[in-house]
Design a protein around this ligand. Structure first.
Ligand SMILES: Cc1cc2nc3c(=O)[nH]c(=O)nc-3n(C[C@H](O)[C@H](O)[C@H](O)COP(=O)(O)OP(=O)(O)OC[C@H]3O[C@@H](n4cnc5c(N)ncnc54)[C@H](O)[C@@H]3O)c2cc1C
Length: 241
């Protein structure tokens, strides 16, 4: 791949768009993000977000860990309907919020100032679009997965929720956005072939969907559906994706 700066248009200025935009901009490409809603209507997207390993990697790689953005939860408790503890898993998760991540990414992508990030962080300014409608996010867990991530000879790529959306139980969607962006940076640097990028991101989507389903059935279903989902997760892990 040649090293000439490319013009990159990103449709959607949420977490996946911003993460990819930051990675590509850092490599010297000309990135414009088109978002239908202005920042004022992107606030309050709801709940907490778990910053999994690739989110942490992206924030580390681009020097975005400070000021602190998360709190550490040393374990995960699964509750029954009556509020009693069904089980406790010793998995440490970094907990943050959609707003905290979004405004941090905006601060670095285009210097947008907010309550979360009053100062612009590094990297220069770029344009984002604007829109009219108040945005109330649809939080229903829709599940879908694209068959291909790369289209038109690699000129159009699907990332984040556009590539695959999962049930929320494993909290992997934002991590997918970060992984897609980090690996995209490798492709642009010539360290990874586009076909390998596609294979890796599709496999991640396949495994994450199966993992989310398995965990969801453990939370909500009976043992039968959980075991079926667990087997499917195992098949996804060893399969081609
Ligand atoms: C309440 C809540 C809790 C969540 N918790 C977690 C969690 O714990 N862990 C986790 O990993 N993930 C979580 N998620 C999911 C996470 O927020 C998304 O996976 C993440 O934002 C990546 O999504 P995305 O950027 O690919 O897509 P989206 O966030 O859906 O962004 C797509 C963007 O594209 C814009 N757009 C769409 N069409 C157009 C158009 N035609 N022109 C211009 N712009 C357009 C939309 O306005 C939107 O801003 C949560 C989501 C919600 C709502």
């Amino acid at each position: 791949m040649d090293n000439k700066p490319k013009s990159v248009l990103i449709a959607g200025g949420s977490l996946a768009g911003l993460m990819t935009g930051i990675v590509l901009k850092h490599l010297g490409h000309h990135v414009r993000i088109f978002e239908r809603y202005p920042a004022t209507q992107m606030e309050g997207q709801g709940a907490g977000i778990t910053a999994q390993v690739d989110v942490q990697q992206l924030l580390t790689d681009y020097g975005l860990l400070k000021p602190p953005y998360s709190v550490n939860s040393p374990n995960l408790q699964i509750l029954k309907l009556d509020g009693s503890v069904k089980s406790t898993w010793n998995v440490a998760w970094e907990m943050t919020s959609w707003d905290a991540l979004y405004f941090r990414l905006r601060a670095v992508f285009d210097g947008h100032r907010s309550e979360y990030c009053p100062q612009a962080l590094e990297l220069g300014a770029q344009q984002t679009g604007s829109g009219e409608n108040p945005r109330k996010r649809d939080t229903r867990p829709s599940i879908c997965r694209a068959i291909r991530a790369s289209h038109l000879d690699g000129k159009v790529l699907l990332v984040g929720d556009a590539l695959a959306s999962f049930r929320p139980h494993a909290a992997l969607s934002t991590n997918q956005a970060a992984l897609n962006a980090l690996l995209r940076g490798k492709v642009m640097k010539g360290e990874m072939a586009l076909m390998d990028w596609q294979r890796t991101v599709l496999k991640y989507a396949h495994v994450s969907a199966a993992r989310s389903r398995a965990i969801g059935t453990y939370f909500q279903g009976g043992w039968g559906v959980f075991l079926v989902a667990l087997v499917r997760y195992g098949v996804a892990l060893v399969g081609e994706g």
